[in-house]
Design a protein around this ligand. Sequence first.
Ligand code: PGA
Length: 250
Amino acid sequence: MRPCFVANWKMYKTCGEAEDYLQSLSLQPALRGFDREIVLAPPFTALSSVRARIESTAPGIVLAAQNLHFAPEGAYTGEVSARMLREVGCRYVMVGHSERRVHLGESDSQIRLKVAAAGDAGLIPILCVGETLQQRQMGEGAAVVQRQIEAALGSTWESEMLVAYEPVWAIGANRTPSPTEIVAMHRRIRACFATSAPIRILYGGSVTPENIADLMGGGEVDGVLVGGQSLSAENFATIIERGMKAYGHP
Ligand code: PGA
């Protein structure tokens, strides 16, 4: 499968800062080649300027939004629809990131509606799932992740989708599960999609240039969703380069 590297900028970078970043990213040798997919997920406000910039300087990069609303349009102050995201050039949209589940109370039923809305509008959802530390300590990690997937999908999912396994306790925390634990969880996740087309499963949570080779070397990790370390173009490029080598693409 074609590995995928997603930069989740969260609530960082103005349009001006995004331009500087793209200038620097376009100079990185890791950007050349089409054997992997590079996805930038800037804040809503920077989507248009990032799109204009990647069209001229880095055509291999594609855009993701970090969130969407489930309604096609309506009286939802402050929200953004799937159609609006398509219009500004998004190919992907992240759904169910734990920072939204935990801090903004996003529920499984909202996530299910968002996944469906993304699919209906022709956006590919990047469904984020992962257990909390407490759930992990109680041995419930795999069950929680399976339940999150089932709740998000509803019936059988037939369109393209990416799943990002992001243990909540690993995000921004400088610690990760062991590569063996990640492989085991990715296999569990893959089994949830046994009847649909093969899907790419990413890992996210404290990915760095130092640990990427271990994380992607196990054969089950089809890419990564990178937060903090993706804010530096150099670090993100190093993650792509080392990740590709570990995945078996020298
Ligand atoms: P992190 O964030 O790489 O800073 O841990 C990952 C994420 O939240 O997607």
